[in-house]
Design a protein around this ligand. Structure first.
Ligand SMILES: Cc1ncc(COP(=O)(O)O)c(C=O)c1O
Length: 413
């Protein structure tokens, strides 16, 4: 390990287990380590770097705004916030936006809005509002959010938790119908579960959920912190089901891979439950974030990155399936949010990611058995092909080490 990594291990909390690479530079889809080795970034900082590293227009917007006016707090108006929020609402079909910083804060904002809407508008009795969530959800790491997680490790040692959440299986609209009660305020759902291992629900699921929510006067809130902003092949993943949710959370790519920028978006009826003093954030909606966020949205549209994500995603998924390795199980996903199961009999996903790194591909395992592939949306066809060649070689070496061969395993199947 280098001096910097030693210092990180000595002085940092050990709440991550990073792969053993020390990065120092990024450009486009590439990252370089301190030894000068180049990698293809297939992680995009958990989908935050959709525009690639150091996109010149985003860097220019950042530095121009930083030298003009960066942070003021919302105690004052600025000339940057309005245009950013207007663009955000117009693009997503929502009425109002409340800017925050991280994805978890956007989800916390959604929870507060949904509860207040339930009391002030729907007429739920005080302290009785209930929010339905799905097993396998991931929405961040605050105590309220981990409180409604089904993942034992995320919760272990952090209770007592916020009450008022009910879990149902993901992808099962019948379970949503059964969970409805007069006290239900909202259903918060990821259109595709990301951290759970890129779990795609059955076609029509979200549309059925929208219909159920409408019938029961319950808010459908889509957590698109990971799936939003082109990642799955459309601006919002919900659009692929023809659904306009009552509320949407966005984050990650909204900051252009440069800053934490997030937002909760909703209809007027929902957002207008907030009065001055009800909610806020020192950094939320600062001019720097607004300038970068607006440029990120412009880029997304001008470069039609949703369409690119759909096309490149189809190419990458097909290529991963074509590898035909006995160590590779299901390949699934939508757009450039792709999960590849590894054959747990021979391999765990962490070992696969370590090997991939040696072949110049940076990715990260999730849930021991899934390797995710979520490169920047700007990736080109040639770059996808180059990544596939490297992944193929990495798996050939893993097969050799595991003592399996493509022919043998397929003969046994
Ligand atoms: C769907 C979803 N919601 C919320 C979050 C939390 O975002 P952050 O890590 O910025 O708090 C994540 C992060 O992975 C996510 O995938």
């Amino acid at each position: 390990m280098s001096k910097a990594s030693d210092l990180e291990a000595q002085y940092g909390a050990h709440n991550y287990h990073p792969l053993d690479v020390e990065l120092t530079r990024g450009q486009g889809i590439y990252l370089w380590d301190i030894a000068g080795r180049r990698y293809i970034d297939m992680m995009s900082a958990y989908s935050a770097v959709s525009f690639g590293h150091s996109h010149p227009r985003l860097v220019a917007a950042l530095s121009a705004q930083a030298s003009q006016l960066a942070v003021t707090s919302r105690a004052f108006r600025t000339d940057r916030l309005g245009p950013f929020l207007a663009r955000l609402c117009t693009l997503t079909g929502q009425d109002r936006a409340l800017p925050m910083n991280t994805g978890a804060e956007a989800v916390e904002t959604a929870i507060k809005a949904a509860r207040k809407w339930a009391y002030k508008v729907k007429g739920v009795a005080a302290e009785r509002a209930e929010i339905v969530v799905c097993k396998g959800n991931f929405a961040g790491r605050t105590t309220t959010i981990v409180g409604f997680s089904s993942e034992a490790q995320y919760r272990d040692g952090f209770g007592p938790f916020t009450p008022g959440f009910r879990q149902i299986p993901f992808g099962d609209s019948g379970a949503l119908e059964a969970a409805m009660s007069p006290n239900t305020a909202a259903f918060i759902v990821e259109p595709i579960q990301g951290e759970a291992g890129i779990i795609v629900p059955p076609r029509g699921y979200l549309a059925r959920c929208a219909e159920i929510c409408r019938r029961h006067r319950v808010l459908l809130i889509c957590d698109e912190v990971q799936t939003g902003l082109g990642r799955t092949g459309s601006l919002l993943a919900a659009q692929q089901e023809g659904v306009v949710p009552d509320g949407v959370t966005l984050g990650k790519a909204l900051g252009g891979g440069l800053l934490p920028v997030s937002a909760f978006l909703a209809s007027r009826e929902v957002m207008d439950v907030f009065a001055p003093g009800d909610h806020g954030s020192t950094f939320g909606g600062n001019p720097l974030a607004a300038a970068v966020g607006l440029t990120a949205l412009d880029l997304l549209i001008e470069e039609d990155l949703s369409t690119r994500a759909a096309k490149m995603g189809a190419l990458l998924r097909a290529g991963l399936k074509d590898i035909g390795s006995p160590l590779v199980g299901e390949v699934r996903g939508q757009g450039l949010l792709i999960g590849m199961e590894v054959n747990a009999r021979h391999l765990n996903a962490r070992t696969a990611c370590e090997k991939l790194a040696r072949f110049g591909i940076l990715s990260k395992d999730t849930h021991d058995t899934v390797v995710r592939f979520a490169p920047p949306l700007i990736i080109t066809e040639d770059q996808v092909e180059a990544a596939l060649v490297a992944i193929d070689r990495a798996f050939a070496e893993l097969e050799h080490e595991a003592g399996v061969t493509r022919e043998l395993e397929s003969a046994a199947a």
